[in-house]
Write a new protein. Sequence first.
Length: 348
Amino acid sequence: MLIRTLKGLGLAVGLVVLAAVLFIWWASGGQTDTAPVSDAHVTNVSGAPHGADPATPPIALTAMSFNIGYGRGPAGDYSGPWTREHIVRHLDGIATQITESGADLVAMQEVDLESARSHDIDQGRYLLDRLGWAGLSCSVTWENNYVPFPYWPPSRHYGRMKSGQCVLSRWPIASATRYRMDKPENNPFWRNWFYLDRAIDHVVIPIGGRQLHVFNVHLEAFDAPARLVQADRLVALVEAEGSPLTLVLGDFNALPPKASPRSGFPDEPEIDYADDTIARVAAVSGLHEVLLDDPAALTHPADPPNRRLDYIFHRDGLRLERSSVLSEAPVWSDHLPVVARFTVSAPR
């Protein structure tokens, strides 16, 4: 009798372990694009009511970098689950903030592209439609069948995940290329099964018979060695392009070179920013940073901010007129947007 009971218990335990293994295998799958370099998805809207004519040379251009935090608001990842009404309200607020800023182009990070946690809203397309602009490019950087985070209780799990980063433009977009970054080698293997693929997107936008090159960036947040590798990859891509009409913007997850302190932040005390990510990017020939040494230019967390993670860089074909961090209430994400207005130089 005891032997039969032990056999039954062993079988039950074996079935539970097998079920767990099968679930993890299924949940960590679902990624549809694993190529190191691939085309991002481009949507151009003919006759967009607030679009811009690519044949007309613009005199000025206003660019924004905005990590929108998938519309969950400033409270952060552990504040969910969120209702559809909550997500839509924040997306509408983001659209209003973009409109009121006078932006012509927005590089966005943490954009859900039909994820369970944000009720399957394609947030890139939603914002394109709300703005009435002409161009959108999006690349997927995080795609799993099921993400079991936050870990407990299961009712808070993200579930099916499809998220990424997008560029919104008043002008139609000619092309967009995603450069997939390697996951941190220091992560446990099981974490990397569910971890996002950080990416650099290179978006080409024809304006006035010329090409504007936009690099949308979302670098590694928690692993400094991986972040430095990604920064060096960005430097190589920007240097290889070399166009005077170049913008490099996004969430770099790094501090300005002179920032202090560089660790011990109350919202994320485990993160150490003692690396030279921004200095490496700023050293690119002909690249200029907006607001680099302004101690008041803080972007994260949005309420209230204690450090700067979000940046805009530009080349000489775009002459900076003014720039700011948009910190006025209400805030719609855990990052504040950075905005810069440029005069576009005449072709040589």
